[in-house]
Ligand binder design. Sequence first.
Ligand code: ZN
Length: 80
Amino acid sequence: MEICCQSIVENIMDYIDNELDDKTLNALEEHIHICPECKSFVDTYNKMLRMSGDLKNKKFVTPEIRERLKNLIKQKLKPN
Ligand SMILES: [Zn+2]
């Protein structure tokens, strides 16, 4: 499976939620290991989630918020 930075953005929610299949998960983690930008992106994202609430109680993350976060992240990762 070919993984690019865009795939990280698209799968970050499922990655954090542990909802990825093994194949995708492995591919993502492999990319994160070799790509410092995506690593810091995932770290930042994790921190952000932790700051906004307990990770174990993520009911506050409605589909609407997820969508909004996703768009924010996409904008952030857009090449200049
Ligand atoms: Zn990357």
